[in-house]
Design a binder for this molecule. Structure first.
Ligand SMILES: Nc1nc2c(ncn2[C@@H]2O[C@H](COP(=O)(O)OP(=O)(O)O)[C@@H](O)[C@H]2O)c(=O)[nH]1
Ligand SMILES: [Mg+2]
Length: 237
């Protein structure tokens, strides 16, 4: 109202106040310092210039040399292509900073009893999920926000993927949610227990994730229980 700050700068201040991590605070700076405002103003000016040049062509084309019209048109063409590139770059950056705000969605996925909940508890540094040797203990998706090297990461624990034939109604729903969660994740940690070969039911879902180009890493858990040889025979399958 007093012409001191515009809406973009105010949004930046709000983002800065609400920042949970260093990377989120840094992302808010381009709005506060007026960098984003300058960029928007430049686009506005470029668009106005192009409209003016196109108006000249429309209104006076017949009175001018053909070469001159061509020159004006080429200059508009170049400017619009440049604008298009700049706006696309900006949108790409916005999408990246949206990930910073929402947090990187990291999901633990695997068969029951592989040790997913144990890993979640260690990374979260608290007993957030129930760990037990009863298959099908975790049903709901458990999301724990973490800060890893300045980045907000939301770590999700999921129900173990196994054949629906052995699962009751609630576990079936849990398995459905686990699959959906991994489809929307930014990064998936597939936890396997190499002493247990029961990964058949997970295989199809992994194939789907790989087809979708999902980033995932496979963790062979329970190192204390297996010898090198057993891990090797698992890798061959
Ligand atoms: N020996 C051994 N047992 C583990 C390890 N990690 C988890 N467990 C055990 O494996 C069982 C299943 O663990 P849990 O974290 O509930 O697995 P989830 O079903 O994948 O969530 C529990 O009895 C854990 O104590 C490990 O690294 N070594
Ligand atoms: Mg679990």
């Amino acid at each position: 109202m007093n012409n001191k700050l515009n809406l973009v700068e105010l949004e930046g201040i709000s983002d800065s106040i609400n920042a949970e991590t260093e990377s989120q605070r840094l992302a808010s700076l381009s709005s506060i310092t007026g960098k984003a405002t300058n960029e928007f103003n430049k686009w506005r000016q470029d668009i106005l210039n192009n409209i003016a040049l196109l108006t000249i062509i429309i209104d006076f084309a017949e009175d001018q040399e053909l070469d001159k019209n061509k020159m004006l048109f080429n200059s508009v063409d170049t400017s619009i292509r440049e604008l298009d590139k700049e706006i696309r770059n900006y949108l790409f950056k916005v999408r990246s900073s949206e990930i910073l705000l929402k947090g990187i969605q990291l999901v633990l996925l695997g068969p029951p009893n592989a040790g997913k909940s144990s890993i979640l508890n260690i990374l979260a540094n608290k007993e957030a999920a129930i760990v037990s040797d009863i298959a099908g203990t975790t049903r709901d998706v458990i999301d724990i926000p973490l800060e890893i090297q300045g980045y907000k990461v939301v770590l999700g624990d999921t129900a173990g993927i196994r054949s629906l034939d052995n699962a009751d109604t609630i576990e079936k729903e849990g398995i459905k949610r686990a699959k959906a969660k991994s489809l929307s994740a930014d990064f998936i940690i597939v936890v396997l227990d190499p002493t247990n070969n029961d990964v058949l039911d997970l295989k199809d879902h992994l194939k789907e994730l790989i087809k979708l180009d999902k980033k995932l890493v496979i963790v062979l858990n329970k190192q204390d229980l297996h010898e090198g040889d057993q891990v090797k025979s698992q890798e061959k399958q």
